[in-house]
Design a protein around this ligand. Structure first.
Ligand code: PRP
Length: 218
């Protein structure tokens, strides 16, 4: 049965998806359909290899994988930590490297040092909560935002933000800085636990091939 079944990949839209497709292509898993940028299709198939791909918003990728709508997902570790879904994290893909940080204006350093009750804006309320409550034992008010989080301190919505920092240029251009580092991040491959059992051979082979390729690319 497993030979006939499609292996379905959910990829986080954007750069991560492109990087993932490049990597998969190197191990012979290709999908011509997905390269057509004008296409409005949502699902892309390689009939010969029995693989399917779809692109989803990053935070939805672990959801598709947990429910088995996709066997495999590729998404940033930030999303995996935030969503806390029942999925297996099987591979660090090494790209999409960045850091989860507490950022803000220099003045906020003192507020952090003295464990003041501050306002924290973030797209990642769960990560922010875990960090402040369980690691720093600091009571804070967390405000969920959906993007352009750097605005928080600029318009006095919050004292600091918890966000990903890649090059640091967004912070720099807005007069903000990294105040504390929470953890390093990179793109990860996740697998649905049932698929891992049902398509064990196929998925293990894929992980092994990808690992070999990643080592060869270093
Ligand atoms: C992310 C993140 C920062 C920025 C960091 O935002 O939330 O704002 O990138 O990158 P940098 O350190 O290289 O400047 P994204 O571009 O995903 O948009 P968003 O703010 O609307 O979520």
């Amino acid at each position: 049965m497993s030979n006939e079944k499609y292996l379905t990949f959910a990829l986080g839209k954007g750069r991560l998806a492109n990087k993932t497709l490049e990597l998969l292509e190197k191990i012979g898993i290709t999908c011509e359909e997905i390269k057509d940028k004008n296409s409005r299709k949502l699902i892309f198939v390689n009939e010969e290899l029995k693989v399917r791909f779809f692109l989803a918003k990053g935070p939805d990728v672990p959801t598709y994988v947990e429910y088995g709508a996709a066997d495999i997902g590729v998404v940033g570790e930030d999303t995996i930590l935030e969503e806390n879904r029942n999925v297996y994290e099987v591979l660090d893909l090494g790209f999409g490297k960045c850091r989860m940080c507490v950022c803000g204006p220099k003045e906020a350093e003192e507020l952090l040092k003295h464990h003041e009750r501050i306002r924290v804006a973030s797209k990642y309320p769960n990560i922010a909560k875990e960090y402040f409550y369980n690691q720093k034992y600091q009571t804070v008010d967390i405000i969920k935002l959906n993007g352009s989080v750097e605005l928080g301190p600029l318009v006095e919505l919050s004292d600091v933000i918890v966000d990903i920092v890649e090059t640091g240029s967004t912070l720099k251009e807005n007069g903000l800085m990294v105040l504390e580092e929470i953890c390093p991040l990179s793109a990860r491959m996740i697998v649905n636990p049932v698929s891992m059992q049902m398509q064990s051979e196929r998925i293990k082979k894929l992980i092994w091939q990808l690992r070999e390729q990643l080592e060869a690319d270093i």
